[in-house]
Design a protein around this ligand. Structure first.
Ligand SMILES: NC(=O)C1=CN([C@@H]2O[C@H](COP(=O)(O)OP(=O)(O)OC[C@H]3O[C@@H](n4cnc5c(N)ncnc54)[C@H](OP(=O)(O)O)[C@@H]3O)[C@@H](O)[C@H]2O)C=CC1
Ligand SMILES: N[C@@H](C=O)C(=O)O
Length: 259
């Protein structure tokens, strides 16, 4: 039995991956979808031809990983694709966010880093030659970001982890792609809030295009998928310029766009 697994499938890019995977891999028997909102996952199930198996659970807790592992042991499927899309961010200084909610930044680390790692480790024994792992990092992985500090750090983890894992799994013919988009028009910002000044709106990308690019890049075994000229430019800049200089420039841009 051939399956794909998508975390964060109830919304935004995860949901879009479920939609596009069905077109990419026509021979899939099931797509397993994971998120907290059972209702949203049920809606997604109704709109797909491929059988959608729902795991409604909180990836900050242990139970959902056990449920996925049990099902993997019982059905012994061939995982053709794992998409780790579950994640969230929060805009603000570390101090402000901690004042508002002492645990929030720790929960972010837990979901964005531990959750992604645990789901990957849970699924690895059922991956074979040709399997693709797609990890949602972010352009925030390229450089530290004031007022997005913990989020950017978690995404640097995702990028670093994905590249190391890619090197480890290459011999087995399993390929890992870290997806690093800039701002994408999804409900992400309902949780994260926005930086004042509308800086992100100027480069906001369409989730359909970002996911399409990610699937093409994964097909061609690219380790990093960056959508759009603006973010390709940002990636190049973070490779050649001192990060301190970029942090200063971002702070100046924020002040200018606020005025
Ligand atoms: N939008 C953007 O600008 C960018 C986003 N990204 C990254 O892409 C990924 C997808 O984000 P995006 O689609 O934009 O955002 P959304 O907010 O639309 O989707 C986030 C998904 O994660 C799930 N999720 C959140 N918390 C948990 C949890 N504790 N347990 C299980 N699932 C959870 C949500 O489902 P539910 O609430 O039902 O649990 C939802 O399906 C994230 O990792 C994000 O960091 C990267 C670059 C840019
Ligand atoms: N890249 C986006 C999040 O990951 C953002 O800049 O908001």
């Amino acid at each position: 039995m051939k399956i794909a697994i998508v975390t964060g499938a109830s919304s935004g890019m995860g949901k879009e991956f479920v939609r596009q995977i069905e077109r990419f891999y026509r021979e899939l028997d099931e797509i397993w979808v994971i998120a907290r909102s059972e209702k949203k996952l049920e809606e997604i199930k109704k709109s797909h031809k491929t059988y959608i198996r729902i795991f409604a659970g909180d990836m900050e807790e242990d139970l959902v990983y056990k449920q996925v592992k049990n099902r993997l042991e019982n059905q012994n499927p061939d995982i053709r694709m794992l998409v780790n899309a579950a994640g969230f961010g929060k805009t603000g200084t570390v101090e402000e966010i901690a004042k508002e909610d002492k645990k929030l930044q720790l929960r972010m680390i837990d979901l964005n880093c531990r959750g992604l790692t645990e789901m990957t480790c849970t699924c690895l024994p059922w991956m074979h030659k040709g399997t693709r792992i797609i990890n949602l990092a972010s352009a925030a992985a390229f450089c530290p970001q004031a007022k997005f500090a913990v989020y950017a750090a978690t995404k640097s983890y995702v990028l670093s982890f994905s590249r190391s894992l890619a090197a480890e799994l290459k011999e087995k013919g399993i390929f890992v792609t870290a997806v690093c988009p800039g701002p994408v028009d999804t409900p992400f910002f309902e949780v994260s809030g926005k930086l004042p000044g509308g800086m992100k709106e100027a480069v906001m990308a369409d989730p359909v295009q970002v996911v399409k690019q990610a699937l093409i890049d994964a097909k061609y075994k690219k380790e990093v998928s960056v959508y759009g000229t603006a973010m390709k430019g940002a990636e190049a800049a973070t490779k050649v310029l001192p990060h301190g200089m970029i942090l200063k420039a971002m702070s100046m841009m924020e002040k200018i766009t606020k005025e």
